[in-house]
Ligand binder design. Structure first.
Ligand code: ADP
Ligand code: MG
Length: 255
């Protein structure tokens, strides 16, 4: 049965999508069966996985609303190192409003996903930069949460809200959601402030901080324009190596 992780941070531009696509690719290279769910109307995880979001006939939007089946929507991986994708595009922005009045509105994704879990080892969900109904849907499917963050002055701000939301979902909606981990990304060891914030995170959150640190690496930023995760675009880059190490760390925690 698959383990489901959602990659969440209500801030934008903190490396959620980069973490999703690269972790998905790194796990796939290790022989794991991976599904990536794009739950952000911006569709960056879709594009960054080589799927054209403009030409989609069906997307995760129709799946959540019950208008399409999983098989209608899923884009199967065609290449080594790639993975299956439930793609998203701008349509998904409408789901937020439409979900409000729906039955089981927090569990729409969970119900759609449950029958598929036996076909995967890991499912990753890329969330939008907000704590919205879509994000709650993601949390209601998840066993664990990965929070990517930059080690900057405001890094901790908002973190308490996010951790409280995860606790609330655990207590009231999804008792399977038992793990939470902070991932330091876009790290530049030459900047002393980043070193300091990194230390503070360790002090404050202890073993909830992943050991792996993802460095700032321009190859990671270039990769999406080639429709590939950095791990496949430049496998020997520092960023790719770090994401492969992160995949190993995640798998060791699953054991
Ligand atoms: P989010 O999904 O949280 O909005 P992204 O993953 O899209 O964040 O990352 C924001 C920007 O930073 C993107 O342009 C991305 O290519 C870039 N980026 C992400 N991780 C790295 C990294 N390790 N090194 C350099 N650039 C990165
Ligand atoms: Mg994103």
């Amino acid at each position: 049965m698959a383990k489901v992780f959602c990659v969440v941070n209500q801030k934008g531009g903190v490396g959620k999508t980069t973490t999703c696509t690269n972790l998905a690719a790194a796990l796939s290279l290790k022989g794991k069966r991976v599904l990536l769910i794009d739950l952000d109307p911006q569709g960056n995880a879709t594009t960054g996985s080589g799927v054209d979001k403009r030409s989609l006939e069906q997307s995760v939007y129709q799946l959540i609303l019950g208008e399409a089946s999983f098989d209608d929507v899923v884009v199967r991986s065609k290449e080594k190192g790639l993975y299956d994708v439930l793609p998203a595009n701008r349509d998904l922005a409408g789901a937020e409003v439409e979900l409000v009045d729906m039955d089981e509105r927090d569990y729409r994704l969970r119900h759609a996903l449950e029958p598929q879990l036996k076909n995967y080892d890991v499912v990753l969900i890329d969330c939008s930069p907000s704590i919205s109904l879509l994000t709650i849907n993601a949390l209601c499917c998840a066993h664990g949460v990965i929070i990517p963050m930059q080690c900057e002055y405001y890094a901790m701000e908002g973190l308490t809200d996010l951790v409280d939301t995860v606790k609330m979902v655990y207590q009231g909606k999804n008792p399977d959601l038992t793990a939470i981990g902070l991932l330091r990304v876009m790290f530049d060891a030459r900047i002393s402030l980043q070193q300091e914030v990194s230390e503070q995170l360790k002090e404050h959150f202890g073993n909830r901080v992943f050991n792996t640190i993802i460095p700032r690496n321009v190859r990671m930023a270039e990769a999406p324009s080639y429709g590939k995760p950095g791990v496949l675009y430049d496998p020997s880059s520092k960023g790719a190596k770090a994401y492969k190490a992160f995949a190993t760390e995640i798998l060791s925690k699953l054991k």
